[in-house]
Design a protein around this ligand. Structure first.
Ligand code: ASP
Length: 579
């Protein structure tokens, strides 16, 4: 309102036009929002009125006029109290009718929005997400620079780094038959920077992984990547807890309290997940001691009987609903064999699928152990420990969704620490690195790693950590191995022959011969962090030009074929799909 009476010039796009005959209103959109322009028979010259009438949606215009108070105000808009009485109008460009409505709620499907992403970005929610991302990036740089970090760029045309996904490869014209790999992360380079004495490195960096895609995954994504030398795990966790708090405070105005830490084993026991959503409880309760040995074969033969208590849900679930819930658990995506339920009735009695096998007293003992009250619903699974926990994790999350326990605006960050170092894979008969092959075991496990037997290897703990917020893995890192012998041993455990290790990682092993300092680091998924901070599940709108689920850029139509000449120059022959 303080602008009333001022002469202004605005440029932007026509959002919509409301022509009342003797008066005309037009919403003009620019990066800063929407402003109403007005024209009326009394005050607007005839030729200007006619010109305004020729405008269509998304025309680009420049309008000059006087700010006046609106007769009917719009409280939904920041500029809703005023409008511009237009005196001069330039049409800077015309526009075809856009293929979808450019409004907060659009009628455009995903692929159409991606194809015309430049129109999609005109929509305020997408624009706001990109501005938000920019703010997070700027604050990240400010914070890390303040902590003495140096931003270093590492190459994109490299040799494969094993982060567990497939590489995207780029053929080399000058070296026929040879390929670069695009970095899955700058892992080895940042370690080499530590050997080089750079001490505190960071980079907001693009990484590439050829994986199956989901809403929270893109083939190219961005990391806040960091490494520090002469530090312990404590220094790294404190620095990046500090960064996270700084970002929430400066960008969202939210003060986070100190992040709790939980051991991997404990997270698996209490939540069946290494990224638990702790905005709500519904923790696991193991019932082996109470439920086994009572003649119910399914439980008696199970390694693990474990359940959750869904508060106040007994009344809301009919037998039919519970059957549906069981079927939901039996879908291949979850893979449970069945689901045992117990309703705690208001009068303290019980109703259960397994009522035949267990007495009221037995069921009461379960309910007591699970802290259940009348009206609660107990949901119990059984089977092999790891599988059952994973399935119950799915059920816990599903129940929380149904019960609306994941409150938007509530942020529960936590560190998960002490992951297993190695995972044994029966099929390939070899170990896989749980984080990556450069991760150090906990100091107390180093000796066991050098001399232990197979079973010992399965129990080694990594000096690795993940930051989790609201059930989403924001990032992870580790203290690295900086000793050549230990690194060689790790490669051996991971199934590399000496020659393979030398061929793939000789450069790193070689560097360890020249005074590698103790070091460690972390990387945050930047797109994901932005989405979580804004309470969203999809990372797409935080990426200006994302790809669809098939890894396609719908706008530029990539990937695409290249012509024969280019192929020849690269010494390549394409067999798949050749016409
Ligand atoms: N390079 C690792 C990753 O991309 C992060 C790290 O260990 O620093 O997950």
């Amino acid at each position: 309102m303080q602008h009333v009476g001022q002469e202004v010039t605005l440029s932007g796009w026509v959002q919509n036009v409301n022509d009342l005959g003797f008066m005309m209103f037009l919403n003009l959109r620019d990066r800063y929002g929407i402003t109403q322009l007005s024209f009326n028979e009394e005050k607007t010259p005839k030729d200007l009125f006619e010109k305004a009438r020729s405008l269509g949606r998304e025309y680009v215009i420049k309008a000059e006029g006087t700010v006046i108070e609106r007769a009917s105000k719009n409280p939904k808009l920041p500029t809703g109290d005023i409008e511009i009485l237009v005196k001069k109008l330039d049409i800077l460009n015309t526009s075809k009718v856009p293929p979808f409505t450019i409004d907060d709620d659009t009628d455009g499907g995903d692929d159409l929005r991606m194809k015309y992403r430049y129109l999609d970005i005109r929509r305020s929610p997408v624009q706001q997400s990109l501005i938000f991302r920019s703010n997070v990036a700027i604050e990240t740089r400010k914070y890390l620079a303040g902590e003495g970090f140096i931003e270093v760029e590492t190459p994109n045309l490299i040799k494969s780094t094993p982060e567990g996904a497939r590489d995207f490869v780029v053929p080399s014209r000058m070296n026929p038959g040879q390929f670069y790999a695009l970095p899955q992360s700058p892992q080895t380079f940042k370690q080499l920077l530590m050997v080089a004495g750079m001490d505190k490195y960071f980079q907001i960096v693009r990484c590439f992984r050829d994986e199956d895609l989901r809403a929270d995954r893109q083939p190219e994504f961005t990391q806040i990547d960091c490494e520090m030398a002469f530090v312990t795990r404590e220094d790294i966790l404190n620095t990046f807890e500090g960064l996270t708090k700084h970002l929430f405070k400066t960008v969202c105005g939210i003060e986070l309290s100190d992040f709790p830490r939980m051991e991997y084993d404990e997270a698996m026991r209490r939540y069946g997940s290494d990224k638990p959503d702790t905005r709500f409880g519904m923790e696991f309760c193991e019932l082996n001691d109470l439920a086994k040995g009572k003649g119910f074969g399914v439980f008696d033969n199970a390694e693990m009987v474990v359940g959750i208590c869904a508060e106040g849900q007994a009344g809301g679930y009919s037998n039919k609903d519970l059957k549906k819930l069981t079927e939901w658990m039996q879908r291949p995506q979850v893979g449970a064999k069945g689901l045992v339920w117990v309703k705690v009735n208001a009068d303290g009695t019980f109703k259960s699928t397994v009522g035949k096998f267990f007495s009221e007293e037995d069921l009461k003992a379960w309910a007591d152990k699970m802290n259940a009250k009348p009206g609660d619903l107990l949901l119990i699974l059984s089977g092999e420990t790891d599988k059952t926990r994973k399935q119950l994790n799915e059920l816990r999350l599903e129940m929380a969704r149904r019960m609306e326990l994941m409150k938007p605006g509530d942020f529960k960050p936590m560190w998960i620490v002490n992951f297993p170092l190695l995972e044994w894979d029966e099929d390939s008969g070899r170990f896989h690195a749980m984080h990556h092959p450069f991760t150090s075991p906990l100091p107390e496990d180093e000796e066991k790693m050098l001399g232990g037997d197979h079973e010992t290897m399965k129990r080694l703990k990594a000096n690795a950590y993940d930051l989790v917020i609201n059930g989403v893995e924001i990032g992870g890192g580790s203290i690295r191995i900086h000793d050549r012998m230990l690194q060689e041993k790790n490669f051996k455990l991971l199934g590399f022959t000496e020659e393979e290790a030398e061929a793939q990682f000789g450069f790193l092993l070689g560097a360890f011969d020249y005074g590698a300092p103790p070091h460690g680091g972390i990387a945050f998924g930047f797109d994901r962090l932005c989405a979580v901070m804004r309470g969203q599940t999809s990372i797409r709108d935080f990426i200006a030009f994302p790809k669809n689920n098939m890894g396609r850029d719908m706008m530029i139509d990539a990937p695409s074929r290249i012509d024969e000449g280019q192929l020849e120059e690269l010494g390549l022959e394409v067999k798949v799909g050749k016409e």
